[in-house]
Design a protein around this ligand. Sequence first.
Ligand SMILES: NC(=O)c1ccc[n+]([C@@H]2O[C@H](COP(=O)([O-])OP(=O)(O)OC[C@H]3O[C@@H](n4cnc5c(N)ncnc54)[C@H](OP(=O)(O)O)[C@@H]3O)[C@@H](O)[C@H]2O)c1
Length: 348
Amino acid sequence: MSNDTPSSNPHPQAMRAWVYTSTRGGIEKNLQLTNDAPLPFHPPLPNDAILVKVHYSSLNPADYKFPELGLAMRALVPTPASPGMDFSGVVAQLGDAVNSNFRIGDKVFGRIAPNRHGTLGEYVSARLDGCAAVPAGLSLKDASCIGTAAQTAYQCIAPNVKPGDKIFVNGGSGGTGTFGIQIAKALGCHVTATCSAKNAELCRSLGADEIIDYTTENVSQVLKAKGQVYQLVVDNVGTPTDLHRVADHFLLPDGKFVQIGGEFSVANVTTVLSRQFLPSFLGGGKRKWQYLITNNTHADLEQIAKWMSEGKVKAVIDEVFQYEDVPKAFEKLRKGRTKGKIVIESST
Ligand SMILES: NC(=O)c1ccc[n+]([C@@H]2O[C@H](COP(=O)([O-])OP(=O)(O)OC[C@H]3O[C@@H](n4cnc5c(N)ncnc54)[C@H](OP(=O)(O)O)[C@@H]3O)[C@@H](O)[C@H]2O)c1
């Protein structure tokens, strides 16, 4: 079981980690648990690094999509490598130049960029932009869900809305969607979300005002029938593929379409690029469109954690897997049916 005490070994030489050298047949078939993985830095700890002993991590689709990109990704992240971006845990060491009030043993959470030493290792080396204190009233387990899903949802929504605006969240029941609905409500917006009937009650309980069942309704047609009422669309899914092309029917003239979701394929990249660059008569959309890539931001992590400690936003956790069951967690994640987040508990 995880506990919230500081590491008993503040200067480890090697660590436990789930690592892969190949992703053939899926990362979950290749992950191996080792007790002898290298630390995420060559001692001494870099000046700007925060070494965190991981207590919980949460998974994101990118944790298998990026490694499975093959050679292109291998150039950026050489193997053997450990996947995972999101973490919560306790500070084990602090770089000399870390400009924060952190102390050894403090509870922290956050997100690291994909690299060889992911959050499915015993320790991660974080930077202050991707790390924040866990406030009173927020558990380490819930805090581990914030890094990618909540931060992405926040960055899609917060800069683009004001209280009273209507927002459409395509895909309300997954990791990004469950946070997105709640963040939009915390910012005073009216929320329409898509989900399947089995997840409608979940999305309503998180604050969604209107639900569109994507399994029985034509999402684009339903939205078109509403007229130009939305200030923002956040697309966590990437389908229906005509959603941006017809968005001028339901987005206000100064409204914005922010996309994060979609499959990593040549066809999808082509569609995405056409949205950005083609005029509407050649298949591009008429409304402003952005593909958002999550950018670790300390202030955003702090704001989300504050809302969570106040009870305004909560982590929806589909399942907590023990550390030994990481491959099973990836199997579940890959099915694409997760309600909220999948969490891994490290047995420290
Ligand atoms: N650009 C970035 O920086 C960034 C950051 C984070 C995530 N992403 C991407 O965003 C996407 C979503 O991430 P996530 O973490 O939310 O994934 P996730 O948690 O795995 O999403 C699963 C959820 O999606 C729902 N869903 C599946 N197909 C749907 C559809 N056609 N319409 C509506 N809902 C649907 C499923 O509900 P049902 O069971 O009812 O189908 C399930 O609840 C992924 O493609 C991910 O790679 C990108």
